[in-house]
Design a protein around this ligand. Sequence first.
Ligand code: HEM
Length: 464
Amino acid sequence: MVFLGVVFIGVILVLCVCTALLRWNEVKYRKKGLPPGTMGWPVFGETTEFLKQGPSFMKNQRARYGSLFRSHILGCPTVVSMDPELNRYILMNEGKGLLPGYPQSMLTILGECNIASVHGPLHKDMRGAMLSLISPPIIRDQLLPKIDQFMRSHLSNWNDKIINIQEKTKEMALLSSLKQIGIESNTISEFFIPEFYKLVLGTLSLPIDLPGTNYRRAIQARKKILIILKEIIEERRASKSNQNDMLDSLLRIDESSKLNLTDQQIIDLIITLLYSGYETVSTTSMMVVKYLHDHPRVLEELRNEHLEVRKRKAPEDPIDWNDYRSMSFTRAVILETMRIATIVNGVLRKTTQDMEMKGFVIPKGWKIYVYTREINYDPFLYPEPLTFNPWRWQDKRLESQQYFLMFGGGSRQCPGKELGIVEITTFIHYFVTRYRWEEVGGDTLLKFPRVEAPNGLHLRVWNY
Ligand code: HEM
């Protein structure tokens, strides 16, 4: 009896403390004009609910508070916008003080000249430099031949093997970018790759700089990567030969234009290129393979498109820009994969002053999570939104409609969109023309907060 009494008092006490803490966090952030919502626990906010429930958390909050609500996620007071009009407005209006709002750990690890860390004229210059490296004519003349050559060799000797397609697509995305940049020597990339993986892990970690943390490992990895890149740049400057790769173009930007990029900026730009195209390209490629496996009719039409291209060529002929442009069904499959798997859930911004939006005031320094996921399932834009239907993209207007935000929008719209699609297309080309495959089975796929197969996605592969 006494024991039950003690338990009862204990429970009441815990409830009181919890209520007080929740209330304290609400009061702490109470400001006139804020959008409705809840702030959760001190420090942790609603991060656990957000990560655990994912899209359902967002939908529940929207049902309760409307499409603009406040929360406290990933360590920051945040306003979540699920309003398509407002999302476009935010992306289009960086000039009004709506800057990228990525976590400090990510910015520190990727470097202070990383494109997400800079704004105004420096952003314009860095972006201009980036665009000059990956524009469609450069892809056509310089990058596609390199990508083709790389994919041919990366996708060889898979016959009669069990492969982890997640691992293979990750290697593919990184090694292909390294080749395009001009970092090809096996010894360098052997040393570089493990350091790069540590760097990526760190950008998604808590910024705790203690021995053994992913953050500390990433900072150390960055230091090693800087040493390698500095050496490569010095060697390149000393050599007179023209390599026709991104590094050459970057070093020539200095000479040929008013842009005076420092070595630090060049290095951060290379890291940006590697980082931005890494997970997006690899995850989309893995998911394309997954959906092709699950939808045999789609696979058949896609494979026919690629076999038609091969019929016009000798086996060792590479695919060229015209072949790529003719692969419209493949482009549709890639876009439908990005939509239904939602490779990008949204982007982060932060306010640099108090800002009024939809009649509410977002305080200075708050994050805005421009959550674009839901638009991918809008039945007006995408009838039967849960059906994997690449044919819907054959209406070209769908890709240019104003709420197509899978590559962001406004002055930060992805400059690597075409390059990314070229890489995925070339990968698919060699995969479907060379191999048949089936899933080994039993692998888990997570869709939130990022799309991943925690233990890999294993396929049994045979020659086609
Ligand atoms: C194919 C898959 C890809 C997807 C889904 C994707 C998606 C995105 C999105 C949503 C943004 C906007 C970020 C924001 O507004 O904060 C973005 C920006 C960016 N992407 Fe991509 N991306 C892809 C591939 C690539 C590739 C292959 C590269 C580089 C070679 C690249 C380089 C960049 C850069 C540098 C930015 C920042 C632009 C700026 O801040 O001005 N992306 N990407």
